[in-house]
Ligand binder design. Structure first.
Ligand SMILES: [Zn+2]
Length: 453
């Protein structure tokens, strides 16, 4: 380990108490993007992030949005001559807390238990923001006359609703965001003590399906048994999404490559709180099913709530269906295949119509070349010599496909503050504070070494 590495390691260690305090302040802002792009809390979290980046010494900090988009923060320091520019990505919006009864503590009042900080957004992705801020603070400490590398920090505010205006934002601000290396801190590590580069992500498409059977509600005593109701017919349509083993039954969908590593199915079962007796579904290794195969789920149904349900044949019922797609799958073709399958599964001649919802691409990355090698070394040093593994994730980060398309020559690194126990999007979300320190150090080492290479 060189002197420079040790000095930066010490600067990061000194920065971590402040990083943790500021992370807690961000978690206290319930920036739930599902509340709408102009939600006061989303606006307030953008302003808080802008203040942190200005305070970290970035001379050019702006809060921007595309039309109808949530506020994003862009902060820049130009590259010295000959040095590369690094784009550091995170997002400041969060998922809703969900059922408060499932949380052991207030989701928006962070608390530490056993080395982990709990709260909605503590990991996803406010820890990603703070890794960037902490790395910049440590780097500024070591380079008081100016950073050795160009840095653009981009913190968006609508990732958790699928980045609906990102493509427009990118088109409008492409020159602001242009970079040689992109570090996306919105993913997970393989284990707390094993870093990872995420190289495969599934995409996501959604379809709204509606079933109609007759003109208006009718008495189930008068007509029941002679004509079907729309909700029962919808259940039949939705039942056709899987075969009897639980594999996706939509024909024509692509499968990605079989991963080199596997996930611990028993650990995932415990993490998800799957009830005894509930089987896993589908076929192949756990990693293959979660990373490289499509999966389909029913997210919501429009139907009367049970306490108001009357003895009538319902004339209309609606559902929102979500399909995760494998790397290599064209999203538009997958959305059409899903809609075609739903329509073809209509029983008894009922009318089934589909309306497409959102659509996000799957991603396959292969980080290689000199910048990727510097990154590999930085992460290995931050994890005391343990090299990063290449892993997939079953989720989607819609922004990655857009940025990869816009900057095809950039080295794209998908890293993050997560680990298998982080419970992203679930109750009791948490970040391991030691992982946050290592990620902060890895980013600081990467920035310094890219600038002085
Ligand atoms: Zn995220």
């Amino acid at each position: 380990m060189t002197d420079a590495t040790d000095l930066l390691r010490a600067a990061v260690a000194a920065a971590m108490p402040g990083v943790r305090t500021d992370l807690e302040e961000l978690v206290r802002i319930p920036s739930v993007s599902r509340e709408g792009p102009a939600s006061p809390d989303v606006v307030r979290s953008a302003e808080a992030v802008a203040a942190l980046l200005a305070d970290a010494g970035l001379p050019d900090v702006r809060v921007l949005d595309a039309e109808d988009g949530a506020p994003a923060v862009v902060a820049r320091v130009p590259a010295p001559p000959g040095a590369p520019t690094v784009l550091l990505y995170a997002h400041h919006d969060v998922q809703p807390a969900g059922n408060l009864a499932d949380w052991d503590s207030d989701p928006f009042e962070p608390v530490e238990r056993a080395g982990r900080l709990y709260g909605r957004g503590a990991a996803d992705d406010k820890a990603g923001i703070m890794a960037h801020v902490g790395a910049l603070r440590a780097l500024a400490e070591r380079h008081p006359d100016g950073l050795p590398v160009g840095v653009t920090v981009f913190v968006e505010g609508e990732e958790e609703v699928g980045s609906p205006t990102f493509a427009a934002f990118l088109a409008e601000h492409a020159t602001l965001l242009a970079a040689d290396v992109v570090v996306i801190a919105d993913s997970a590590n393989w284990q707390v003590d094993v870093p990872a580069f995420t190289t495969s992500l599934r995409g996501l498409v959604e379809v709204y399906v509606e079933v109609r059977t007759h003109a208006a509600e009718q008495h189930s005593g008068v007509f029941g048994g002679l004509f079907p109701d729309a909700l029962t017919a919808l259940c039949r349509v939705l039942a056709a999404l899987h075969d009897d083993r639980g594999a996706v039954a939509v024909p024509g969908l692509a499968h990605g490559p079989v991963p080199a590593v596997d996930l611990d199915e028993a650990a995932l079962r415990a993490e998800a709180g799957v009830l005894d007796g509930v089987a896993s579904i589908g076929e192949g290794s756990a990693a293959n099913r979660v990373w490289s195969m499509p999966s389909v789920a029913v997210l919501g149904v429009d139907a009367p709530p049970t306490e108001r349900a009357a003895n009538v044949l319902l004339p209309v019922a609606r559902a929102k269906v979500s399909l995760r797609i494998a790397p290599g799958q064209d999203p538009q073709a997958a959305q059409q295949a899903l809609a075609d399958h739903l329509v073809a599964s209509a029983p008894w001649g009922v009318a089934v119509t589909c309306v497409p919802g959102s659509r996000g691409s799957a991603v396959a990355l292969a980080p290689q070349g000199p910048h990727a090698e510097v990154a590999r070394g930085a992460f290995a040093d931050a994890w005391d010599g343990t090299e990063p593994v290449h892993m997939g994730i079953g989720g989607s980060i819609p922004f990655i496909a857009d940025i990869a398309g816009q900057f095809p020559d950039a080295t794209i690194l998908v890293v993050g503050p997560g680990d298998p126990a982080a419970s992203w999007h679930g109750p009791n979300e948490s970040v391991d504070l030691e992982v946050l320190r290592r990620l902060t150090l890895a980013e600081a080492l990467l920035l310094e070494r890219l600038g002085t290479a």
